[in-house]
Ligand binder design. Structure first.
Ligand SMILES: [Fe+2]
Ligand SMILES: [Fe+2]
Length: 164
């Protein structure tokens, strides 16, 4: 199995896209809720690994991508907010399917940008050995990565900000 960081991340992307398709095709409420949980869990782990391991290395070594890193970080933030809301919803919440559709669109666009617009630049700048080392670090960190989007007080801070 390859430990190349970009290969590992693309495998995650493929898996989450598969889950999004499964969610859209599923009609039973309980099964949809279970898929939503799994999507939230996988996105939380994936974003954590990118934020903790890959993005800082790109900022340090590929300064041309600094603004792309700022954008990607904001897109992770929006996805995390949606994930936290989805995680807190009841299975029969009438807003859940629309919330999932917005998450699907946002994440699909984000994945496309990563894979098409800057993964090739990262590969060219870093080379094979370094990307393998980054991948090994991500695999190790995956064992202890958070699986729930509820960073302490995330939704509360948003509620406080809008009511201020
Ligand atoms: Fe990302
Ligand atoms: Fe990603």
């Amino acid at each position: 199995m390859s430990t190349d960081a970009l290969v590992l991340l693309k495998e995650d992307h493929k898996e989450v896209q598969r889950l999004f398709r499964q969610y859209r095709a599923e009609t039973a409420e309980a099964a949809r809720a279970e898929l939503a949980d799994e999507i939230v869990r996988q996105l939380t782990v994936h974003s954590y690994l990118e934020d903790e391991v890959l993005y800082p290395r790109i900022r340090a070594e590929v300064p041309d991508l600094a603004f792309e890193m700022d954008l990607a970080h904001q897109e992770h933030h929006v996805a995390e907010l949606l994930c936290a809301e989805i995680d807190a919803m009841r299975d029969d919440d009438p807003e859940l399917p629309a919330k999932m559709a917005v998450l699907t669109d946002a994440v699909t666009r984000h994945i496309h940008t990563e894979e098409q617009e800057w993964f090739p630049k990262v590969r060219a700048a870093m080379g094979r050995r370094e990307l393998q080392q980054i991948g090994e670090r991500m695999l190790a960190l995956r064992q202890t990565a958070p699986t729930s989007p509820h960073r302490p007080g995330l939704l509360q801070r948003v509620a406080d900000a809008v009511s201020a």
